[in-house]
Design a binder for this molecule. Structure first.
Ligand SMILES: Nc1ncnc2c1ncn2[C@@H]1O[C@H](COP(=O)(O)OP(=O)(O)OP(=O)(O)O)[C@@H](O)[C@H]1O
Length: 614
């Protein structure tokens, strides 16, 4: 029973891999046919290789050549026979070398192309996976899969799997010829195969297990490195270096010990394979030697036989050599397939139409939403927002203000109830066509590596330089941009000019402006800015909001003063609504919050940042 287990496990893995690569392999069928033809020609040449030696030993060097007399053309001229055999030998090697070149280049190209396509597919798929998945995933681990795991699969596919396929063909061919030359001796030589299978299956399972664990630890190493590197400022500020170093070292040690384990196991497999091959060669030597002594086999025949054995059993050695790498690649491939088999965001989009241009009426109708079953966020939440209205959403931290925006953007789906735009459920339309009609400005703006103009133009397709400048002027970003020597061509983002938080926010406003979307979603866009930047950002936002339905999530009630309406969220629903003045007059929770912020403003030195008195 135990012996069958790996086959049972290996088969579904093979079917899984075949499913993922079927289309790619079909695209490469002509190149594959070419490489396989070259492989077969190479195998044939390898099968022929020992025969010139046999001819020289049995027919040229053995006086009289009883078993294999010299053909009549060479009678009396053994030197010519020697020269002709030498030429034949060179020709055979030449054919083999050429075939091997075509085969290796062909297989390398096929492997690289297939894996390159796999990587693109994986990256597209990752982008299509829902935000709920990305929120729970560790970025470094995903990065390790897209970069490291794919590279491992490619390297092993090109340098181990394809050569192994070739070696197995050689083994089959050579086994056939060995049985044809002398079936008894052939059976003796091949008797090691079951023993080899037994030891490979047993050790191979252990290698596979250790290699898989190692890939997991490497994923964790990449994840903790990515976390630390992407938050270096916080790591330094909180003196977390030693903590990250420790967690890094733990995973590194685990990975190293798994590496040692796989190497030990692979070395053990290699040693037992060598011993088995040596045993089989010794038996063939003794038994074959006796056949030669009994003159039922020629010396050349035995030499040919031994050469075949050496070549034919090479795949066994190769397999032992590649076992660890194959297992690692298989573990890496499984990690890639796991991702590819996850449901992307676009699922269920079939048959949905593109949304028409929205007027901007928004309605939440009895929406329930929770991230985890035991902590409901929105409960029977209802609110209606008219086209072009500017609504501020306020409430204590964690009440679900940002979640409302995420539901509008369809990052998540409500558990019950509906989100409607222009009276139609938002899930009626394709996600991308809904999102393209919304501009967002968040508290933290990410600038991509590129110029300021490119960063602004990321907001929409086909944006001209004039549109970029107009958006920058509206966002109050033109002035500081034009002061840079390279103006709009100034490189920002990674390794570029570092912009201040306020400047980044104004670029984000310009990015939102070029989009010219009817709905504007703002999530704490002016939080944590100094007074001057706050004023500039607010001015930019006010220009941007004109004529658009705007939802502004804010802690700062100063931002709510000019809103057409304020919604105060409490216990998962709207607790109070009205204008700023109405709510202050009402004397409810909003008025309490307002009083608290005024107190805070009066005593700024003892309170933390983020609130200001209107
Ligand atoms: N991706 C997530 N996974 C799990 N829980 C989440 C996630 N995002 C938010 N939450 C939880 O849902 C609740 C509402 O979060 P949300 O960000 O909508 O609140 P908020 O009112 O915008 O808070 P804040 O004012 O602090 O930004 C919080 O308790 C938060 O911890």
């Amino acid at each position: 029973m135990a012996k069958q287990k790996p086959i049972r496990h290996a088969l579904p893995e093979f079917v899984r891999a075949a499913k993922h690569f079927r289309g790619d392999l079909a695209r490469e069928k002509w190149r594959a046919a070419q490489a396989f033809s070259a492989l077969l020609i190479g195998v044939l040449a390898q099968l022929l290789e020992p025969w010139p030696l046999k001819f020289i030993i049995d027919s040229v060097l053995t006086p009289g050549g009883k078993a294999d007399p010299l053909p009549s053309v060479f009678q009396g001229s053994p030197v010519v026979a020697l020269a002709a055999t030498g030429a034949a030998f060179v020709a055979i090697i030449g054919v083999r070398a050429t075939a091997s070149y075509i085969e290796s280049v062909g297989f390398a190209m096929i492997g690289s192309r297939i894996v390159a396509r796999l990587r693109s597919r994986l990256f597209c798929h990752l982008q299509a996976l829902p935000l709920a998945f990305h929120n729970k995933s560790r970025q470094g681990d995903l990065l390790a899969r897209v970069v490291g795991d794919i590279r491992l699969v490619r390297d092993v596919a090109v340098t181990a799997v394809l050569p192994l396929v070739a070696s197995v063909l050689v083994l089959v061919g050579m086994a056939g010829v060995m049985l044809w030359v002398n079936w008894r001796l052939g059976l003796v030589a091949l008797a090691v195969l079951p023993l080899f299978l037994l030891s490979t299956v047993k050790t191979g399972r252990k290698i596979h297990h250790a290699a898989r664990k190692q890939r997991l630890h490497e994923g964790a190493i990449a994840a903790s490195a990515a976390e630390a590197i992407s938050s270096m400022q916080v790591v330094k500020a909180l003196s977390l270096e030693s903590r990250f170093e420790a967690s890094f070292a733990v995973n590194e040690n685990r990975s190293a010990s798994d590496e040692v384990k796989t190497r030990k196991l692979a070395a053990r497999l290699s040693r037992s394979t060598d011993l088995l091959i040596a045993l089989s060669t010794a038996i063939v030597l003794v038994y074959g030697g006796r056949l030669v002594l009994a003159e039922t086999m020629t010396i050349g025949g035995l030499v040919v036989f031994l050469t075949y054995m050496k070549r034919g059993l090479r795949p066994l050695k190769d397999f032992a050599k590649y076992a660890a790498r194959l297992s690692k690649a298989s573990a890496a491939a499984q990690r890639i397939f796991e991702l590819l088999e996850m449901q992307p965001d676009s699922d269920g989009e079939d048959g949905r139409e593109e949304a028409p241009r929205f007027k901007g009426a928004i309605e939440f109708r009895g929406v329930d939403y929770s991230y985890s079953p035991d902590a409901p966020v929105l409960q029977q939440f209802s609110a209606t927002i008219a086209p072009g209205e500017f609504v501020a959403i306020v409430g204590e931290s964690g009440v679900g203000k940002s979640t409302l925006l995420s539901l509008l953007l369809r990052f998540y789906e409500p558990e019950s109830g509906e989100v409607l735009i222009d009276s139609a459920p938002v899930d009626l339309w394709q996600r991308a066509s809904v999102r393209s009609q919304m501009s967002i400005v968040l508290q933290d703006t990410v600038l991509f590596a590129g110029t300021i103009a490119e960063n602004i133009a990321y907001g929409a397709a086909d944006v001209s330089q004039d549109m970029v400048e107009a958006a920058a002027k509206l966002a109050r970003a033109h002035e500081f941009t034009s002061k840079f020597p390279d103006g709009y061509e100034t490189i920002v983002g990674e390794r570029g000019v570092t912009l201040s938080h306020g400047q980044r926010q104004r670029i984000a406003i310009a990015r939102a402006a070029v989009r010219d979307a009817p709905i504007l979603l703002l999530d704490e866009p002016a939080t944590a800015l100094d007074q001057q930047n706050k004023a500039l950002t607010r001015a930019g936002l006010a220009s941007l909001a004109a004529g658009r339905t705007t939802l502004l999530v804010t802690h700062d009630l100063k931002d709510a003063v000019d809103a057409d309406r304020v919604l105060l969220i409490k216990d998962g629903r709207v607790a109070e609504e009205g204008t700023h003045d109405e709510l202050v007059q009402k004397g409810g929770s909003y008025a309490d919050l307002h009083r608290a912020q005024r107190g805070h403003a009066a005593d700024r030195s003892t309170q933390s940042a983020g609130v200001a008195a209107p």
